[in-house]
Design a binder for this molecule. Structure first.
Ligand SMILES: [Zn+2]
Length: 161
């Protein structure tokens, strides 16, 4: 679904003609104002919708209804996600997060995270590959304990790879 500015948002107007025929037309806030004015003054409403023109004679309209952003119809389209669920999701993600300390021979050292365990990573600065040193174990970083990955020395690959 695309998002648009509040003022540009289209609202669905449903109208019923005296003959019983129902119709719907998408209108902007500005067009709704114009329609209401036409209805009040009993003058024909003519507007352009996209590349088409739309005309409605208020004399032939028995009743009409405009669904705006406060109506149930809109609420179904844009359900509010409870904040509790979002918090739960992000903490569940954090639990599975794996911290990696990259120590590159180019002099770059940083801590990053990965959603799953890796034996290879790369330096974001020089794009050189760094390898997990299973013998080194975890190292302390400002964000917590992280797996150490480097290319400063030859790392004996574990049986994982
Ligand atoms: Zn590097």
């Amino acid at each position: 679904m695309y998002s648009s500015k509040q003022s540009d948002a289209l609202h669905i107007m449903t109208y019923t003609l005296n003959s019983g025929i129902k119709g719907t037309v998408p209108l902007s806030n500005q067009q709704i104002e114009e329609w209401l004015e036409s209805y009040r003054t009993n003058t024909r409403f003519i507007t352009s919708i996209g590349k088409e023109f739309f005309g409605l004679n208020p004399e032939l309209v028995a009743d009409f209804k405009v669904q705006n952003q406060f109506s149930d119809y809109q609420r179904v389209l844009v359900p509010n996600q409870p904040e509790e669920a979002v918090d739960h999701l992000s903490s569940a993600y954090k639990q599975n997060e794996i911290l990696i300390k990259v120590d590159c021979k180019c002099g770059t050292a940083y801590t990053t995270d990965s959603p799953f365990m890796r034996t290879k990573w790369y330096c974001t600065k020089c794009k050189e590959i760094v390898f997990l040193d299973p013998k080194k174990g975890k190292v302390e970083t400002s964000r917590g304990e992280a797996f150490y990955m480097t290319n400063k020395y030859f790392v004996e690959r574990g049986p994982i790879e």
